[in-house]
Design a protein around this ligand. Structure first.
Ligand SMILES: [Zn+2]
Length: 466
C-alpha cells in the first residue's frame, strides 16, 4: 500500500535531520578533506549524468570524453540555454518542461509531482524564469541545509522553547523561502511566512502580534521596518535578524543593529538551484557550503579570477542535484571571495562582497499627500509574472515612472496591459494617480558598466526633499 503523503513528508524530514548531523561535521574538517569529498561527489555526479542525461551523454560522445572526467571539460550553461535544453538535461525522461509548467500552475501546497518530485520556479535579476526539480532525497538535503543555517544562527531544533521564525518573502509554494518552511512544518519550529507584497502596516501589525525570535527578509524591506521602529509603530525584539535575496550593506547592518541592539544580524545568500552561503559570525563574510556545491568565480571570458578579486559572474555546480543536474551553471552575481581562511576555522571559502540584485525603494506620493514607500518586490512580482518580458527597468523620475521594457520579438503588444497591471498595483498600495510611461527598448545597458551595481528599480528622486 502506498504511504500517505504526510508520512512520506515526515520521512523526508527525518532523513534531513540525519543529513544535518553529517553536514555539521564537515564544518570542522580540514580544507584538504573537504576537497577530497568534493572530488568524490563530483566524480559520481559526472559519471551519473554522462550515463543518464541525454544532453550530457551526447556531449560526452561528441567530445570523446571518458572517465575520470574533469569539470572544466563540461560546458558552461546560461539560464536561457539551460531552459531550452531542459528536457534533455534531466535524468528522468518523464520530466518534461511543458508538463512541469502545467503542474506548477496548480500547486497550492507541498505536493509531489509523479509521487516524488518537488518543483520550484525562479525569476532572478534577469527576469528569466527557470524551473528546478528535486527528488525526495535531494529535498531532504535542502531541508538539512535550512536547519544548518538555523543552527549557525544559534537556533537549534528540539529545544524546549520552540523559536518563532518569521520570514517575510514570497508567498508561493514554487519558491523555496516558502516551500521549505511548509515542508518542514511539523512542530520543530514555529514557522510563519508573511508575504513581502503585503502592505507595510499589515506586516507591522502581524509582526507585533507574532513577536518573532528570528526575523528574515529582503534587506531593503528590513530597512523599511527600521523606519517603523523609529516611528514607534513596530515593537518587536528579535534575537536574530537575517537578510537574504539582496546584498545586505554595511550601512543597513548598522541601522538594524541600532534599531535592535540586542540582536545578531546575519547575511544569507542562496539560489533556488541549491547554492547556499551563510555567515559564521556577523560581518565575517558568508561561507559557501562547498560540501554541497562548487563555485567558480570567473571573468567575462569565463576565466577563473583569483580569490580577493571581483569576478564578473559565477559558475555553480550542485554536488547533490542528480535529478536535474546543475553543472557550471551561470549565475550573474558578481562576487569577491576572501583570499584568507576564516578565523572561525571552517574549511569553506567565504564571499566577502556581492553585487546582486540591488534595487531601490521608491517613495511615491500617496493619497492624502503622504509619501508611500514602495518596496521593489511589488515591481518584481508584477513584471516577472510576464513570460514575454526579457528584461526591464523601472526608473522613478521627478515627473513620474518610466518603465523600460524589452520583449521577446513580436510580443510588445502586451506593454499596455503591463502598464495597466502596474498602475492598478500601485493604486492598491495607496499611490495617488500613478503616472507610468512605457518605453519599448531593444537593449538595456550592460550591467558590467556599473561594476555590478545593476539595478532594475532606480530612484532618481531624493525622497526627503520631495
Ligand atoms: Zn567563519
Amino acid at each position: 500500500m502506498k504511504e500517505p503523503h504526510t508520512v512520506r513528508r515526515l520521512g523526508d524530514l527525518a532523513r534531513a535531520i540525519v543529513y544535518r548531523q553529517a553536514l555539521i561535521k564537515h564544518e570542522c574538517w580540514p580544507r584538504a578533506r573537504l576537497e577530497e569529498l568534493q572530488q568524490r561527489r563530483l566524480a559520481s555526479l559526472l559519471d551519473w549524468v554522462t550515463e543518464k542525461s541525454p544532453f550530457y551523454r551526447e556531449f560526452r560522445s561528441t567530445h570523446r570524453l571518458g572517465p575520470p572526467y574533469s569539470l572544466q571539460d563540461f560546458p558552461i550553461l546560461d539560464k536561457k540555454t539551460y531552459m531550452k535544453c531542459f528536457d534533455q538535461i534531466v535524468t528522468d525522461p518523464r520530466l518534461r518542461l511543458s508538463q512541469l509548467q502545467e503542474h506548477m500552475a496548480h500547486v497550492c501546497g507541498d505536493e509531489y509531482y509523479l509521487g516524488k518530485y518537488r518543483v520550484l520556479t525562479t525569476a532572478g535579476s534577469s527576469g528569466l524564469k527557470t524551473v528546478v526539480v528535486f527528488n525526495r532525497k535531494e529535498w531532504s538535503i535542502q531541508e538539512a541545509t535550512s536547519m544548518r543555517i538555523a543552527s549557525m544562527m544559534g537556533v537549534v531544533p528540539f529545544s524546549l522553547r520552540r523559536p518563532t521564525i518569521v520570514t517575510i518573502g514570497s508567498h508561493s509554494p514554487l519558491h523555496d523561502s516558502y516551500r521549505l518552511p511548509l515542508s518542514m512544518d511539523t512542530g520543530l519550529y514555529r514557522y510563519h511566512v508573511l508575504p513581502a507584497t503585503a502592505l507595510l502596516e499589515e506586516l507591522v501589525q502581524r509582526l507585533n502580534y507574532l513577536q518573532p525570535h528570528v526575523l528574515r527578509g529582503f534587506p531593503s524591506l528590513l530597512g523599511l521596518l527600521v523606519t517603523e521602529v523609529l516611528q514607534g509603530h513596530l515593537h518587536i525584539n528579535p534575537s536574530i535578524i537575517a537578510g537574504g535575496g539582496e546584498p545586505l550593506t554595511g550601512e543597513l547592518r548598522k541601522q538594524l543593529q541600532a534599531a535592535w541592539p540586542k540582536s545578531a544580524v546575519f547575511d544569507i545568500y542562496g539560489t533556488q538551484e541549491g547554492l547556499r552561503a551563510m555567515e559564521c559570525n556577523p560581518g565575517q563574510g558568508m561561507h559557501i557550503f562547498e560540501d554541497l556545491g562548487i563555485v567558480e568565480v570567473v571573468d567575462e571570458n569565463n576565466q577563473p579570477v583569483p580569490d580577493g578579486t571581483l569576478g564578473h559572474k559565477i559558475l555553480f555546480t550542485s554536488l547533490f542535484g542528480f535529478t536535474q543536474p546543475v553543472i557550471r551553471y551561470e549565475i550573474t552575481d558578481m562576487m569577491v571571495l576572501a583570499a584568507e581562511p576564516c578565523p572561525c576555522g571552517q574549511p569553506f571559502r567565504r564571499i566577502l562582497a556581492i553585487n546582486g540584485r540591488n534595487d531601490d525603494v521608491l517613495y511615491l506620493r500617496g493619497r492624502g499627500g503622504k509619501q508611500v514607500a514602495i518596496h521593489p518586490v511589488h515591481f518584481w512580482n508584477v513584471l516577472e509574472s510576464y513570460a514575454d518580458i526579457r528584461q526591464y527597468q523601472v526608473v522613478h523620475e521627478p515627473d513620474g515612472i518610466c518603465l523600460r521594457l524589452m520583449f521577446d520579438e513580436g510580443n510588445g503588444h502586451v506593454a499596455g496591459s503591463v502598464r495597466e497591471h502596474l498602475t492598478r498595483k500601485l493604486h492598491t498600495l495607496g499611490v495617488e494617480r500613478p503616472s507610468i510611461r512605457v518605453e519599448l527598448v531593444t537593449a538595456l545597458e550592460d550591467r558590467s558598466r556599473h561594476m555590478g551595481k545593476w539595478k532594475n528599480i532606480i530612484s532618481n528622486v531624493n525622497h526627503s526633499t520631495q
